[in-house]
Design a protein around this ligand. Structure first.
Ligand code: AFP
Length: 278
């Protein structure tokens, strides 16, 4: 597992360089989810693939940017599902973006996650590793990731990050979001899952939601690459992650690119979501 963490750290430094120096325009490719890929999405994916291919404990990898799995080592133990550059459509306006890695064993169900890493490319390069607990690291002047602190959510937060557009929300969801704001929560939503969830994690709590909507009844965010990894992190940080009713980590995708509605938060906010979905 440590070798995998090190490969991810090396990839993060290279991708940070790409973000700062390379063309952030679109390519002519369309990925498996139907999004037009940025040139930098493709390059970041390649960087990660090259680093993970060197690791003997990796059995196979699957990227959000590719339709199929890539076998690595027949005798490897771990499967790595990753989103090389989540929120890349925010690069042209110089907002933070991230990379997300779920390290699975024996299949890509939520319950098979063994560890999670995400990177946030912001003014600083930061990395979060969750295995037994959740730890924040930052890149120092010697290009080493140094430990900053453990991340722990409070029972209740004050930030609200509601995904999608109001015109596509159900009446019930709109009512819940209105009530949350009426009770004093502040809006914090950049449109990048990594910085939006990172903010909630580091500011002690709140709610991030991407519900079932009229245009995307099964939500937008992908289980293997985005939802399960953050569900794992929120639970390890002392909060919760549900699809509205059920625990996200109990779900099994029938295809690696399947999506699900999702709610991540501290315990009080998750209880509230459950109440509105009774
Ligand atoms: P892009 O990778 O196309 O920028 O999408 C980002 C994302 O998958 C995720 O990072 C955000 O939380 C979510 O989409 C935002 O979606 P909405 O703009 O529909 O709220």
């Amino acid at each position: 597992m440590h070798e995998i963490f090190n490969a991810i750290k090396k990839s993060a430094i290279k991708i940070k360089w790409l973000i700062e120096n390379e063309d952030t325009g679109y390519s002519t490719n369309i990925n498996s989810t139907g999004d037009t890929q940025l040139k930098i999405d493709i390059k970041s994916d390649l960087i990660i693939e090259e680093e993970l291919k060197k690791i003997s404990s990796v059995k196979e990898i699957i990227s959000e940017e590719k339709e199929s799995r890539t076998p690595i080592n027949k005798n490897g133990k771990y499967l790595v599902g990753y989103d090389p550059l989540d929120g890349s459509s925010l690069l042209d306006v110089n907002l933070s973006v991230g990379s997300i890695f779920g390290i699975y064993q024996d299949g890509y169900d939520g319950k098979n996650l063994k560890a999670v890493v995400y990177i946030i490319y912001g003014p600083r390069l930061e990395l979060v590793i969750a295995d037994e607990d959740v730890k924040l690291y930052k890149l120092d002047e010697n290009r080493e990731f140094i430990f900053v602190k453990n991340i722990k959510l409070n029972e209740k937060g004050y930030l609200n990050a509601p995904g999608s557009t109001q015109s596509c929300w159900s009446k019930k969801h709109k009512q819940m979001i209105d009530d949350i704001f009426a009770s004093g929560y502040r809006l914090r939503y950049s449109g990048g899952m990594v910085p939006d969830l990172h903010q909630i994690l580091l500011k002690g709590g709140g709610l991030f939601s991407y519900p079932s909507t009229s245009d995307k009844p099964k939500g937008k965010l992908r289980m293997v690459f985005e939802v399960f990894p953050f569900a794992y992190i929120f639970e390890k940080a002392g909060g919760g992650a549900i699809d509205g009713k059920k625990r996200l980590l109990d779900l099994s995708p029938s295809h690696p690119h399947d999506t699900t509605p999702c709610f991540f938060g501290s315990n009080e906010e998750i209880k509230l979501v459950l109440k509105y979905n009774e």
